[in-house]
Design a protein around this ligand. Structure first.
Ligand code: NAD
Ligand code: MG
Ligand code: MG
Length: 333
């Protein structure tokens, strides 16, 4: 078993008397900034001129700087911008002002691993990547818990990069849950693989294909929605709580038998071969190149796919059914 590190393994001392700047105030940004502040550290938020997040950060009691001011004054910069804008913001507003011994931190390895951001040799480059969305990073912290995280060192100029990364993980509450050491390469490749094959790509495609198959066979879309989308959460909760066995314990024997005998026909040898192909596109940088070029071109394909997917019939059915649920909930309350 790989070693997990907890609160007792890390000390905030490596970040005390240091100015921390969180660049971006979105999903991860707001959670990191507020948790670090509540951990007693000196933290500011760096935003672009006219950012709508400025008012939110100010209202939360956080000082707001421009990104270039933060690059000039902060000891540690955590870059929590969307991955596709990091290259440009780094080149224009951060790189010109960097000083030796500063820390550049990331929550995902994409831009470093795929060389979209190439920092100078004399700064530390670290990663602390919570394995959960920002609102959970914040909510669990407020409850005295934390979301587990991965941490990694890409460049250790100060000799303290690892202590600083672990201190940062402690500051956002991650060591309460446990942190695991990795490399930028491993985090980047497994994160992309997980989101493409299982969590986002695989799951959306599975839900849609199941829904479409039932609707094409003449069943009511509402039932297809319940069976193929709504119940996913109930099943996933059981899986996360106690593994696959826990889920199989709770479902009917009929469902369990169907699971063993039919599941492997859906995820079959052809599916596995495609998974390996997707992994090799990630490893070779082919996916990264495609995503970078797509963004440079102004996201034509990305935008078209977003629109097309938003118009899928499952979305219209879901909207109506969810409205009905909230109406039912209000009556019950
Ligand atoms: P986000 O989209 O929620 O927030 C990004 C922030 O950057 C927003 O405040 C936005 O206003 C600001 N921004 C956008 N364009 C900008 C620009 N051109 N200049 C300056 N600011 C700009 O992003 P996020 O989901 O929090 O992701 C941030 C990082 O965290 C990414 O590297 C991502 O891979 C990583 N991460 C995200 C999650 C997650 O669940 N969301 C989990 C782990 C790691
Ligand atoms: Mg990701
Ligand atoms: Mg059923």
């Amino acid at each position: 078993m790989a070693r997990l590190y907890y609160d007792a393994d890390a000390t905030l001392d490596f970040l005390r008397n240091q100015k921390l700047a969180i660049v971006g105030y979105g999903s991860q940004g707001h959670a990191h900034a507020l948790n670090l502040k509540d951990s007693g550290l000196d933290v500011a938020v760096a935003l672009y001129e006219g950012s709508p997040s400025r008012a939110k950060a100010t209202a939360a009691g956080l000082p707001v700087l421009s990104v270039s001011e933060a690059a000039k004054t902060a000891d540690l910069l955590m870059i929590l911008l969307p991955d596709e804008v990091q290259r440009q913001v780094y080149a224009e507003q951060i790189a010109p002002y960097l000083r030796p011994n500063q820390v550049l931190a990331f929550a995902h390895g994409f831009n470093i691993h795929f060389a979209q951001v190439v920092p100078p040799q004399d700064v530390d480059v670290i990663m602390v990547a919570p394995k959960g969305p920002g609102h959970l990073v914040r909510r669990t912290y407020e409850q005295g818990q934390g979301v587990p995280a991965l941490f990694a060192i890409f460049q250790d100029a100060s000799g303290h990069a690892r202590d600083r990364a672990m201190a940062y993980a402690k500051g956002i509450g991650a060591t309460r849950a446990g942190i695991l050491e990795t490399s930028f390469r491993e985090e980047t490749e497994t994160d992309l693989f997980g989101e493409q094959v299982v969590l986002c790509g695989g799951l959306s495609a599975l839900i849609k294909a199941g829904f479409e198959t039932l609707v094409e066979a003449g069943y009511q879309p509402e039932l297809a929605y319940f069976e193929c989308l709504h119940e996913v959460k109930l099943i996933v909760d059981l899986v996360v709580e106690g593994g696959l066995a826990n889920m199989r314990y709770s479902i009917s024997n009929t469902a369990e038998y169907g699971d063993y005998t039919r599941g492997p026909r859906i995820v079959n040898d052809a599916t596995r071969a495609e998974m390996r192909k997707i992994l090799s596109e990630i490893q070779s940088g082919q996916f990264a190149r495609e995503f970078v070029l797509e963004n440079q071109a102004g996201k034509p394909g990305f935008t078209a796919m977003r629109r097309q997917e938003a118009e899928h019939p499952i979305e219209a059915v879901g909207k109506d059914l969810r409205a009905m649920f909230s109406w039912l909930k209000k009556i019950e309350a």
